[in-house]
Ligand binder design. Structure first.
Ligand code: PEP
Ligand code: MN
Length: 300
């Protein structure tokens, strides 16, 4: 069935929120994203070396992560920056999965690489810079792997949902949306974390939503706070950059947590995740929801 995201965003109809909005649960290895369990995905921005990746994989697994992230094909803003290990990186990710049991999410940047990346990854990441690369979206969808779709840097919520629609229309129902911050006039942070976007997506779409506080903040000191906000806004999980020695990371060190900071963050998130699990953060009851919808419409 074709979704009508635009109608949905314009009207926020009860229809979309109710009967037609059975939540999508995305199966990955032995768990689901978008179900009861809060899913933490963590790992380096880039796969660098075997020892780097293995130490991170073991560490984040022991701290409660379910998914290992790590870029093998890196979309860098500068052509002179490290572009990723490519196939060698994919092989290291697969080895880390074998050692730890973690699922692997990694970015695919080109439609030509989809079958290669899909051989090694459990979830294909479509990066911000490619959110509107329609031939990539189609090829990735057709791989049959679940897709983590990152919000474009200047993409509206409706734009992201249109890209999600392309994946669904290509026969792949397993789409995970990812809020990773958008560009605004603010320059102190790398991006502006759109917590309201997470809350809105959970209202108008049936797809799981993951918060990426690392790319949103661009600075590690803000990551734990944004992670808490993501949980409170209704996210189904987190995507966090972790590195044993962030100052030496080959990419995105400034926003990467070291092991100790990751552990503290995970421990401190415990009560927030427990609140979520207890249902306190669930959507508003029906009567309040209608009132909220009304007020959204009134302010348009
Ligand atoms: C990443 O996850 O390392 C990445 C490049 O993210 P984004 O596409 O959100 O910039
Ligand atoms: Mn990164």
């Amino acid at each position: 069935m074709r979704e009508h995201w635009e109608d949905c965003l314009a009207g926020l109809s009860d229809d979309r929120l109710g009967v037609r909005c059975q939540r999508t649960r995305v199966p990955v290895l032995d768990f689901v994203v978008g179900g009861e369990e809060f899913i933490t995905m963590a790992g380096p921005c880039s796969v660098e070396t075997e020892s780097q990746l293995m130490s991170i994989a073991h560490h984040v697994r022991n701290a409660g992560a379910r998914v290992l992230r790590g870029g093998a094909f890196k979309p860098r803003s500068s052509p002179y920056a490290f572009q990723g290990l490519g196939l060698e990186g994919l092989k290291l990710l697969a080895a880390a999965r074998r050692e730890t049991g973690l699922a692997v999410v990694t970015e695919v940047m080109s439609e030509h690489d989809v079958s290669l990346v899909a051989e090694y990854a459990d979830v294909l990441q479509i990066g911000s810079r490619n959110m509107e690369n329609y031939s990539l979206l189609e090829a990735a969808a057709q791989s049959g792997r679940p897709i983590l779709l990152k919000r474009g840097m200047v993409a509206r919520i409706a734009d992201m949902l249109r890209s999600a629609q392309i994946i669904l229309d290509n026969g792949n129902p397993n789409v995970i949306l990812c809020e990773r911050g958008i560009r605004t006039f603010e320059t102190v942070m790398r991006n502006t974390f759109d917590a309201a976007g997470i809350a809105l997506l959970k209202r108008v779409a049936h797809l799981p939503v993951i918060a990426d506080p690392s790319h949103a903040a661009g600075r590690r000191d803000l990551v734990p706070a944004l992670a808490r906000i993501g949980v409170a806004a209704g996210a189904d999980g987190l995507l966090i950059e972790v590195h044993p020695n962030p100052d030496k990371a080959w990419s995105d060190g400034a926003q990467s947590l070291d092991f100790a900071a990751f552990d503290v963050m995970m421990t401190e998130l415990g009560p927030w995740i427990a609140l979520r699990d207890s249902g306190v953060l669930e959507e508003l009851p029906e009567e309040h929801r209608s009132a909220a919808i009304h007020s959204v419409e009134a302010t348009r």
